[in-house]
Design a protein around this ligand. Structure first.
Ligand SMILES: NC(=O)c1ccc[n+]([C@@H]2O[C@H](COP(=O)([O-])OP(=O)(O)OC[C@H]3O[C@@H](n4cnc5c(N)ncnc54)[C@H](O)[C@@H]3O)[C@@H](O)[C@H]2O)c1
Length: 433
């Protein structure tokens, strides 16, 4: 099939590369000219394990190309995917649909023949109706079926997730789209990935409901962690004890500094707004958002308490900046709030992250950056592990301690067994145990 993917960010690029790898003929489009130029030269603008090689092999095979203009690719396409950003709208937390609407208008001008327009961006219920309306108004002759096809991939495991999804959700209003979308995903369908066909509005809501549920699960165990600290229980064991119950399951039960990233914060806020707009409040999600916002800043206070209640003039080494390991994405990372909280109380921060420092430097120009975990620990009064990159899982604790001014280790991801760190003479503080 001929496929155009509009928006070549974390989702659009992975989608385009993987669909090309399925054998489709794909053009990835982006209005960011520098990004397209880099892609044409074989340079991947994001850090995503395995994406480099897969991109190169599909370009070599002639199935994948890149363009700054959508006209030709959309005119030739059987399916156009919309994969542009839907960030929080400044001020009110609604999903900002400016980019999606702009693409709909451009697509309307360019389509030719029957074309499926599939929205992969996470969009509020009813956006598919808006996209269909925009296209019909701009080009009454356009013959399109607008589909909702939300994406569930995780950054850091995006290719694996795209190629082996738990499910593929496809919301259609026009039966002609069913066969086209089955053809797009045929290689996965043959692999038994469940394809769930539903109405368009249902598909749009499935995505928000899934993200909000996961965000609630994380927030639940974070609150249980606080209760563990207050009562002397161990959250790791509580999580195991409840996670072994099949009805609950062990995933997303890791206590930590609060969820961040490009999806959960904005999607939970957007779902709260959708609920309000439809006069059907999402109270659990509202509370989840409030708890999580509060928690990130509370982590700075936890660090300050571990340093004896005062960090003025002290140096804090921060290990890990990205919102999770195996990505360079800094969007709404807890590290941003934690570091700001420490700076507000007079601390100097030295940070190290294996992949996130370029993006971090744009957001935090006023901290120092180190070349390694040990470099970040040099002369530090405390070290805080914020993101659980693999290289922080087996630190040489003896060496770390020898570099530090004071042996204080705050582990916000519960990576280490307490006794192991304490054995090396550290004051060790973790979450919920
Ligand atoms: N990042 C994730 O893990 C993830 C997972 C599932 C769903 N989503 C959803 O997918 C969507 C995209 O997210 P992302 O993280 O890939 O965003 P991103 O910011 O990485 O990429 C969006 C891209 O769209 C481009 N763009 C914007 N307007 C354009 C236009 N008119 N024409 C062409 N290109 C245009 C931008 O230049 C950018 O490169 C969002 O709705 C997000 O919620 C993201």
């Amino acid at each position: 099939m001929k496929i155009a993917v509009v928006g070549s960010g974390y989702v659009g690029l992975v989608t385009g590369v993987c669909l090309a790898d399925f054998g489709h003929d794909v053009v990835c489009i982006d209005k960011d000219a520098a990004k397209i130029e880099a892609l044409r030269q074989g340079m991947v603008p994001i850090y995503e394990p395995g994406l480099d090689e897969l991109l190169k092999s599909n370009v070599s095979a002639g199935r994948l190309s890149f363009s700054g203009e959508l006209g030709d690719a959309v005119a030739a396409a059987d399916v156009v995917f919309i994969a542009v950003g839907t960030p929080s709208r400044r001020g009110d937390g609604h999903a900002d649909l400016t980019y999606v609407h702009a693409v709909a208008r451009e697509v309307a001008e360019a389509v030719s023949g029957f074309t499926v327009v599939a929205t992969k961006s996470t969009v509020p219920v009813g956006t598919g109706d808006d996209v269909a309306h925009i296209i019909a108004t701009a080009n009454p002759d356009a013959d399109v079926a607008v589909v909702s096809n939300p994406e569930f991939l995780r950054e850091g495991a995006a290719i694996e997730d795209f190629k082996h999804p738990d499910r593929i959700v496809i919301g259609i209003e026009d039966e002609r789209a069913r066969e086209v979308m089955m053809e797009v995903y045929r290689p996965l369908y043959l692999n038994q990935a469940p394809l769930q066909f539903t109405r368009r509005r249902t598909a749009e809501l499935i995505k928000y409901a899934a993200n909000a549920f996961l965000a609630m699960k994380i927030t639940f165990i974070n609150e249980v962690a606080d209760l563990c600290e207050a009562t002397g229980a161990d959250v790791q064991e509580v999580a195991r004890g409840i996670g072994l119950d099949n009805r609950i399951g062990p995933k997303f039960l890791h206590a930590g500094p609060g969820y961040g990233g490009s999806c959960f914060p904005k999607d939970t806020r957007a779902l709260v707004k959708i609920g309000q707009d439809f006069d059907s409040p999402m109270r659990l999600v509202e509370t989840t958002v409030a708890i999580n916002d509060h928690r990130k800043r509370a982590m700075a206070r936890k660090v300050i308490a571990a340093c004896g209640g005062d960090v003025r003039g002290k140096t804090i080494g921060v290990l890990g900046l990205t919102f999770k390991p195996n990505t360079d994405d800094m969007r709404e990372a807890p590290s941003l709030d934690i570091i700001r909280g420490l700076q507000d109380r007079g601390a100097d921060v030295v940070a190290y992250d294996p992949q996130g420092m370029t993006a971090a430097q744009e957001l935090m120009a006023d901290i120092s950056y180190a070349d390694s975990a040990y470099d970040a620990a040099r002369n530090a009064d405390a070290v805080v592990l914020v993101t659980e990159w693999n290289e922080f899982r087996s630190l040489d604790l003896e060496r770390l301690k020898s570099l530090m001014r004071a042996p204080v280790f705050i582990d916000l991801r519960n990576v280490y067994p307490p006794h192991e760190v304490e054995r090396h003479g550290f004051t060790y503080v973790s979450v919920g145990r």
